[in-house]
Ligand binder design. Structure first.
Ligand code: GLU
Length: 420
């Protein structure tokens, strides 16, 4: 049976907590409101027992943390990763609250996980795990309650199984998850939206700074959905992708990697290290410190530590992943004068695209990919402009500015809704 056992007052992750506390102090937010923002609304942990293809049994653990729903239904991805325990999911859920608020979407923040390595499971086993997870969490989800989406280790296929299992219990519910295959109500443009959104934000930054992105040298850590779309979009803008990595290693080319060849290799299931072009092989971690102009960490959290930050050669860091720069790493980058475009802005194109998909599902209407991408560009550019403006007028970093905007909106909504 699903079991909602974790204390709802358990704190979110301390790194994000200190950003929240700092913004709350600057904004003079009431203590009782801060107490609401510091804790999660609901944490649900479920046991997922599934029979493996060889007849043995596996008992996986699933979580869904709903951080804050003052601005709308909870929203956030489902991550399949062995390290995605309750502590990590709490941090990611809180990030989603600030991300949806910063992008001014009518959603709250949540995150879910299944603590497995998907590479260790067959397709049938993954389907069984996903269906069981959807049914076990179905009592806390819903089109107007909580809407999962893909994240690390999950994709459109996962969302299709999830929607089908949920709908088998609750009736046809395409809007209960986003990031679905197009044939099942997915929105053309959603898969590209995180990487494209990052490119739009970077374009807005470049315009403000008077930079030309053409010819800029980019290093990307992680080549999943976000990293690969960032490479494609920035290559189209004339930038040179000089280094990329995935879990198997990295490649480097000072004249620019052949992006078309790289995407052909990886879209057929290969690693970036399988590419045929004559690039140098480097260790995965070294992609963070290669000679480049812009670094995009787009793998997992915590990769840019203080030690790495001291060796970063880029002039700008753009967070494609969620919290890839640690608080110590952030401090070192600040001291070195290297700006960081924070995750809740830089990768907010994904959930913004999810919002477009959700509204289309509810209206049973479809936008063209062009309309999707143009609206995404408008929203990402507007969010960047607000963050840059606050950063400039208050003399704070882009991350601090983003939290000031996001927290101010959520706090105001919490107060408007009132307390008993
Ligand atoms: N997993 C993505 C994120 O971290 C997308 C979440 C969503 O679309 O709900 O932003």
């Amino acid at each position: 049976m699903p079991n909602t056992h974790a204390p709802p007052h358990a704190p979110a992750d301390s790194a994000i907590q200190s950003l929240v506390d700092q913004a709350a102090r600057t904004l003079n937010i009431r203590d009782d409101t801060v107490a609401v923002l510091r804790s999660n609304y609901r944490e649900t942990s479920v046991q997922i027992p599934v029979r493996r293809d060889d007849g043995s049994m596996v008992v996986a653990h699933g979580h869904r943390v709903q951080h804050n729903g003052a601005r709308g239904p909870y929203k956030g991805g489902l991550r399949y990763h062995p390290d995605a325990d309750l502590t990590e999911v709490r941090a990611l859920a809180s990030l989603m609250t600030w991300k949806t608020s910063l992008l001014n979407l009518p959603f709250g923040g949540a995150k879910g996980s299944l603590q497995i390595d998907p590479a260790q499971f067959s397709r049938r086993e993954l389907e069984a795990l996903t269906r069981r997870l959807a049914i076990s969490l179905s009592h806390v989800l819903g089109t107007h309650r909580d809407i999962p989406a893909p994240d690390v280790g999950t994709d459109a296929r996962t969302m299709a199984w999830f929607m089908d299992a949920y709908s088998s219990r609750r009736g046809y519910s395409p809007a209960v998850v986003t990031g679905k295959p197009i044939e099942l109500g997915g929105a053309p443009g959603r898969t590209a939206a995180t990487g494209r959104g990052l490119a739009y934000v970077l374009g807005a930054f470049a315009q403000r700074e008077g930079w030309d992105l053409a010819g800029r040298r980019i290093a990307i850590q992680g080549f999943g959905n976000v990293g690969s779309w960032v490479a494609r979009e920035l290559h189209l803008l004339g930038a040179h992708i000089v280094a990329v990595s995935d879990a198997f290693g990295g490649i480097h080319s000072s004249r620019g990697i052949d992006v078309a060849e790289l995407l052909r290799t990886t879209s057929s299931g290969g690693s970036v290290t399988d590419t045929d072009s004559l690039d140098d092989r480097i260790a995965s971690g070294d992609v963070l410190t290669v000679d480049c102009d812009i670094l995009v960490p787009a793998a997992l959290g915590g990769s840019v530590t203080a030690d790495v930050a001291a060796r970063v050669q880029a002039e700008l860091v753009v967070e494609g992943a969620n919290h890839p720069v640690t608080p110590d790493g952030d401090e070192v980058l600040r001291e070195r004068g290297i700006p960081v475009i924070p995750d809740i802005l830089a990768n907010g194109g994904g959930v913004t695209g999810s919002y477009f998909e959700w509204t289309q599902n509810i209206q049973q209407f479809t936008w063209s990919e062009q309309q999707f991408s143009e609206t995404l560009r408008e929203r990402m550019t507007a969010a960047f402009a607000q963050v840059a403006e606050v950063a400039e007028t208050r003399g704070v970093t882009l991350r601090e500015a983003a939290y000031l905007i996001a927290l101010g909106r959520v706090a105001h909504t919490v107060e408007l809704r009132g307390y008993v």
